[in-house]
Design a protein around this ligand. Structure first.
Ligand code: ADP
Ligand code: 5GP
Length: 200
């Protein structure tokens, strides 16, 4: 793998989406991936912008055609990362960042050991609950479900390369940016640059 596949994951409401968008503003050279999903569009969401909105049959066709890098069922809907774009970016030496659930992140890590996986940790379960309530997008039942799922997901944080505690947002964003910059300096990611110098 010559580029970098970055995976941002963690429980629902932990701040993944907020951090993902803030990091992209600071590092605009990082490519993004549009996921496929079977969930219905919300509000102004458009097909091919926020997600590729697919029927269950279309999603299964993508799985059967080996078109997904990973996929998982998240709170009753299927979500998956289209394979071709992500691999094209990485093979061309670029960076691509995914914001996906914990099971999907573990699938990516098992297939691509060189990917950079970052678990966004809430400072406490009480804070996570407050953020889910503050976001005001979920019903009471859905909040209870997300909190119990969060405990299971936090237990899986040990399988990730890094953990970033999202207490102060600015600090958490800085930490993710630092991780990406440091990972870019790993010797194994700079083989071709080093070879060029030796070949002078
Ligand atoms: P996720 O993508 O993990 O489900 P979001 O990015 O939607 O989570 O964040 C959940 C809620 O918490 C949002 O309302 C967001 O504005 C808020 N939030 C995110 N990070 C912080 C933070 N560090 N401090 C306070 N609120 C935060
Ligand atoms: P939402 O429906 O709120 O947009 O997303 C719900 C959850 O699905 C989020 O936790 C998000 O990280 C996850 N998700 C979005 N895209 C993908 C994907 O391609 N693969 C996996 N495994 N999870 C995804």
């Amino acid at each position: 793998m010559s580029g970098m596949l970055i995976v941002i994951s963690g429980p629902s409401g932990t701040g993944k989406g907020t951090i993902y968008n803030a990091v992209l503003k600071i590092m605009p050279d990082i490519a993004t991936s549009i996921s496929a999903t079977t969930r219905a569009p919300r509000g102004n969401e458009k097909d091919g912008v926020e997600y590729y909105f697919l029927t269950n049959e279309q999603f299964d066709e993508m799985i059967n055609g080996d078109g997904l890098l990973e996929y998982a069922e998240v709170f009753g809907n299927k979500y998956g990362t289209p394979k071709k774009r992500a691999l094209d970016v990485v093979e061309a030496g670029g960076k691509i960042m995914l914001e996906i659930d914990v099971r999907g992140a573990r699938q990516i890590k098992s297939k691509f050991g060189d990917c950079v996986s970052i678990f966004i940790m809430p400072p406490s379960l009480a804070t996570l609950e407050a953020r889910l309530r503050g976001r005001a997008t979920d019903s009471e039942e859905s909040i209870v479900r997300r909190l119990s799922e969060a405990k299971r997901e936090i237990a899986e944080s040990k399988y990730f390369d890094y953990v970033v505690f999202n207490d102060d947002l600015g600090v958490a964003v800085d930490e993710v940016v630092s991780i990406i910059r440091s990972e870019g300096l790993r010797t194994f990611r700079n083989g071709s640059k080093i070879k060029k110098i030796l070949d002078e």
